[in-house]
Design a protein around this ligand. Sequence first.
Ligand code: GDP
Length: 520
Amino acid sequence: MTLNRRTFAIISHPDAGKTTLTEKLLLQGGAIHLAGEVKARGQARRARSDWMKIEQQRGISVTSSVMTFQKDGIVFNLLDTPGHEDFSEDTYRTLTAVDSAIMVIDAAKGIEPQTRKLFEVCRLRSVPIITFVNKVDREGRAAFETIDEVADALALDVCPMNWPVGMGGEFEGLYDFTSGRLSQPSGDSKAFEGKVSTHSSLDATSLDDVLTAAGAARLREEAELAQAGYSEFDLTAFRNGDLTPVYFGSALKEFGVVELITAIAAYAPPPRPQPSSKGEIDPSAKEVTGFIFKVQANMDPQHRDRIAFMRLCSGTFKRGMKLTPSGLGKPVAIHSPILFFAQDREIADSAEPGDIIGIPNHGTLRVGDTLSERNDVRFTGLPNFAPEILRRVVLRDPTKTKQLRKALDDLSEEGVIQVFYPEVGSNWVIGVVGQLQLDVLISRLEAEYKVDAFLEAAPYDTARWLVGSDSALAQFASFNGGNMAKDRDGHPVFMARSAWDVGYQQEKHPDLKFSATKER
Ligand code: GDP
């Protein structure tokens, strides 16, 4: 039954409305029975479960949590990508485990930096994207302006699926092009409370009965322009990541939310075949396979328990099943896997491709590991991303070098940080994509490895993996030895002072590839 799974994430810039939309999607899916903030409910939930206690101890949530809900026979797995403050490689990696994404844009602000970054990661894997232009109940920019920005800035074909009749104070409703349904605000809150009328076309006089004269005229004029000016919806183009359907709405006032769920169910792809060392593995393959995209470790030094998050790629997983992790070579029995629901964690008895399973372990499972019933396959395409923050690690007690190396190796395997060993000089450099990872690093060095270290500025801005022939690499090294390092796998890395430096070196050394990602 893999066809009924939709595994997706929401990408957005902080404040665009991801939390609100998540809450409304879960409400529609029946996963939350009480209204209220997802964030607030999260607090209560934390107090209830041991798992969440761990997060509470850490005082931070680095978890991309997994929320599962069902509607009309479809199982939706929503993987949360932590927003601004929590931004880390977890966020990127989570996107390797989804089949589609919803991109939430604030109607007044358009595409913001974080949206763009996350979008680029989706593009890397041709993840299809549904656009949700949020907050139409507020004064925003003209709908055309936002759509054009998506098309131009992201080089995507766009297809408006519905249209707002005015925005902000003039907002009179949302018109759905496919169904001819007009959803309108009602009551003091001006929220969507079920007021819907259906119209045979935009020319139907019935529209004039429910809209103001100005609203009806405006809708007809704009809708005609919009339908003439943009692409028609094309399922193949969408699933290839070339076209994005655009839905206007208001998460807060519940406009466009049902339409969004319907769109995910109807258009977003079921689990896709996954690239592996043995060619693509189809979800319908009998043997169970999956990969770990995230590991959540305990801060408590007494209990080195970890939860590895596995995306199931093929086969039907059953509790107690033995799977072989690619890093280990011998099978492990998965006795207490966890399926994630919005309200609680539950022990899973079985899971299907597209589902996420949490696997408790003691550090045997690593990010990027493949788990399978067959022992000859490895999923590819789980990238490392070029760090955006680089720091030198300095030991306060120089006799702890060995412990530090062990700690850095462990933590980089876990995916908390990346570590680079410079060819020249003795201070190792660590790289992260978000500030939070640095805090996690320092506290874990202390708590788990008893290593007292601090971080200082490194003279580098970013790093690039070098790919090329031995002679090209040797030639590059003869000029740039002082700016070269090895990553934990021994792969050569160019430590760049600036993005400009990367461009400059690339021009001078056209036979080398300066890669911003590296597949694990
Ligand atoms: P996140 O940071 O992306 O998770 O954004 P939140 O969901 O926390 O929303 C940020 C702010 O925007 C909050 O104050 C929300 O109440 C508000 N907000 C979210 N959606 C809407 C909307 O559709 N209309 C309006 N007017 N405000 C919204």
